[in-house]
Design a protein around this ligand. Sequence first.
Ligand SMILES: C[S@@+](CC[C@H](N)C(=O)[O-])C[C@H]1O[C@@H](n2cnc3c(N)ncnc32)[C@H](O)[C@@H]1O
Length: 292
Amino acid sequence: MADPPISSPEWYLKVKDASSDIGRLTIYHYGFKQAAEGTLVFVPLDFSSGPRAILDVGTADGLWMREVQSSIPSPPQGTHTFLGTDLNESFFPTNNTPNISYMKQDIREPPPPSWQDSFDLVNLRMILIAAGSGDAQRTVVNEHIKAVKPGGWIQIGDCDRVCPTPEAENPRYHDMWACIRAVCQASGTDPLEAPKIKKWLEEAGLEDVQERTAMRAVGKRNVDQDLGEQGIQADLIIARGFAEAAKGLDPSVKPLPDERLETLAEDLEKELRETGACFPMRFIWGRKPHAT
Ligand SMILES: C[S@@+](CC[C@H](N)C(=O)[O-])C[C@H]1O[C@@H](n2cnc3c(N)ncnc32)[C@H](O)[C@@H]1O
């Protein structure tokens, strides 16, 4: 049987070496955080006046939750509680952090009814694509709005999957994104939904809907040399995986000739070292209205 498309839920389920994939996700996490000037929580939720319940969907090893937990004020009474969900339980950390729990949950299944109106903040970062089609991604968003308390917030982080710099400047980074789009589309996954999310939240009746773009700097573009170098290694894992998958596509949808696919990772590594690149993230958030 053919291998599942890279980054699909089936591919994530087959990840054998969780630590190496978590390494890549960790580098992305710090890249996104740097790109957003340290912001992990975009919503104006007051953590100091009372205990809050936070859900992180597609949490992997819960790094976002652990970093948020250590950066927010404690409430005068009670504790903030975090729940992280993922399809692949082998990503969950083996050592317990107080007030952070984990459970297996597939975003393609409806969330448990007990979640209805129960979270002050629901975070979905780099997970919607796992739902597949644009309609399925929008359904996941709507299902998770149901889990938000009236007056609570949902925040979504996703990437545009189009190289934001001119092709003359980043020809190989353009090639990488072309491979990602072609492989996603060939498996029925819509890679270009991120710019639509703000409208989805508005049409779902959320208030104070806002959006912020954040460019994760890769390679030479990063002022932090170490993070820039780590970013190259993380993007090369993606570039190799998608170039390999693109080789197997029908010629009518193949994004590049086989010779270019063959050398994509090698050529991209050179480009990222000599020029650097920008990985285009956007963060969108909105508040669920209080019941009238
Ligand atoms: C790109 S990673 C993002 C991890 C984390 N949210 C972050 O931003 O660093 C995608 C995560 O979603 C999980 N995942 C993939 N398909 C899923 C599904 N159908 N339901 C739940 N989680 C899924 C993967 O196991 C992986 O941990």
